[in-house]
Design a protein around this ligand. Structure first.
Ligand SMILES: Cc1cc2nc3c(=O)[nH]c(=O)nc-3n(C[C@H](O)[C@H](O)[C@H](O)COP(=O)(O)O)c2cc1C
Length: 255
């Protein structure tokens, strides 16, 4: 089985290529299920500032994964930095020992830094990377991707950038503009259950916000904006192999 967290479909697409039995981390965390057992167990997640999303960190702390082969695939769009060290440390603290950790380069959906139209036009050889990872996993390969000094330095640079932002910017980055028509799609793709409709428009409670931007990317009206400048406010992204319904099924916390 393979667990995944997704905002715009990259991780769901990757997870589907690796195992037919996919399980959504937001849905597991919403349930009482905490013990899982299989011959191989995978975890696929997007890195946010090189870290796993908060829900994925909580998942790693709270679940028991009974398997001889735990593999972890952090997806990223531009710079993975020391993501492998970060998740290795979290696993160690959670009493988990991954046999295999391999990053996967995909479209970068971080709107402040990237134009989605440009990202979509780039060929990042996702299927070739996935084929290699799938072959490794099929062979039960033991491999932890090395982290270099330059990777660690890149994370230090990111921490300085993060510090330069007004506090809590990355948690609570999004808000609904007057273009909101109250359709509710944002509330259904939100893995944190942070959005409800009131007075015909989206209202945010950032308590459980993952900062994942699922809401902004899924809004058909481009009515969810960011509190910091965006590279292209008119361009949004969803993995071409994944539907809005798939993301709702993965993330919906309502009802
Ligand atoms: C808030 C946020 C922070 C991100 N930080 C990084 C990062 O530090 N490095 C990177 O290469 N990609 C970063 N990304 C890009 C995502 O990790 C990448 O696009 C991922 O494949 C998205 O997966 P998904 O479509 O399953 O949500 C970030 C994206 C978001 C929304």
């Amino acid at each position: 089985m393979v667990f995944y967290f997704t905002a715009t479909g990259n991780c769901l697409y990757a997870a589907r290529q690796l195992d037919k039995n996919t399980m959504s981390i937001p849905q597991v965390m919403r349930s009482r299920l905490r013990h899982f057992s299989d011959d191989a167990i995978g975890i696929v997640y997007p890195i946010f500032g090189h870290r796993p999303p908060e829900l994925v960190r909580r998942f790693l702390r709270e679940v028991t994964l009974d398997t001889p082969y735990l593999y972890i695939i952090p997806t990223y769009g531009a710079r993975h930095a020391n993501a492998v060290d970060i998740v290795s440390d979290i696993c160690r603290e959670a009493g988990k020992t991954p046999a295999y950790i391999h990053t996967l380069l995909m479209v970068d959906n971080y709107l402040p830094a990237f134009d989605m139209d440009e990202q979509r036009a780039m060929d990042k050889h996702v299927d070739e990377q996935l084929a290699g990872i799938k072959a490794d996993i099929g062979a039960g390969k033991h491999y932890i991707e090395p982290v270099t000094d330059a990777d660690r330095e890149a994370h230090e640079q990111f921490l300085a950038y993060e510090k330069s932002l007004p506090s809590d910017t990355l948690n609570g980055l999004v808000y609904a503009t007057d273009r909101c028509i109250g359709c509710g799609v944002c509330s259904r793709v939100c893995p944190g259950g942070c959005i409800h409709m009131a007075g015909g428009r989206a209202v945010f409670d950032y308590t459980n916000c993952q900062g994942c931007l699922a809401c902004a990317h899924a809004c058909t009206q481009r009515a969810i904006a960011l509190r910091i400048p965006e590279r292209n406010p008119n361009a949004r992204y969803r993995n071409e192999h994944v539907t809005v319904q798939d993301i709702i099924y993965a993330n919906n916390q309502l009802g």
